[in-house]
Design a protein around this ligand. Structure first.
Ligand code: T46
Length: 136
């Protein structure tokens, strides 16, 4: 996992409000192929999977959310509570989203189109694949 998965995004603030921008291959290290957003049911945890190749940036554009990242060896926890803060979700990192506040919105920018075969949704399978890739 990178030293910090957090990405500070450019924000432009004036009397009319705030505008936050994200540029492909500049603010994120991949070409953006897809965007989706999640309007979670309050306190319902989501995620619980890893991607084999997909790179993503997650932004909590409204509200807050606690995200757990786990590469099979190291587990870390991150709070997303600002619309100008992104969290990189790298390939082969198990991720879980918890404590989604009421009315929160998660925007995710992804490096590829939706492909269910890129998901590892079984925790045991993830641990085995991560260990094999790391030569453990
Ligand atoms: C991720 C985390 C952060 C589609 O049909 N197209 C899409 O682009 C996406 C993202 C999902 N779906 C379908 C697949 C499922 O039937 O939407 C349904 C819900 O997806 P899922 O249960 O994977 O939702 P989350 O919130 O657990 O995970 C999502 C993304 O799927 C995943 O890639 O990294 O957000």
């Amino acid at each position: 996992m990178a030293a910090t998965p957090l990405v500070q995004l450019a924000k432009h603030e004036d009397s009319r409000g705030r505008l936050v921008s994200v540029e492909s291959l500049r603010d994120v290290p991949f070409a953006i192929a897809r965007a989706y957003y999640i309007l979670p049911a309050e306190s319902a945890a989501r995620g619980f999977h890893a991607h084999r190749t997909l790179e993503q940036l997650m932004i909590c554009v409204s509200g807050s959310c606690r995200v757990i990242l786990d590469d099979g060896e190291t587990r870390s926890e991150w709070l997303l509570d600002r619309p100008d803060l992104g969290l990189m979700l790298e390939p082969m990192v198990w991720h879980e989203m918890h404590d989604l506040s009421e009315g929160s919105i998660l925007l995710v920018l992804a490096s590829a189109r939706y492909d269910e075969s890129d998901y590892i949704r079984d925790r045991g399978e993830f641990v085995r694949e991560a260990a094999a890739r790391a030569g453990r």
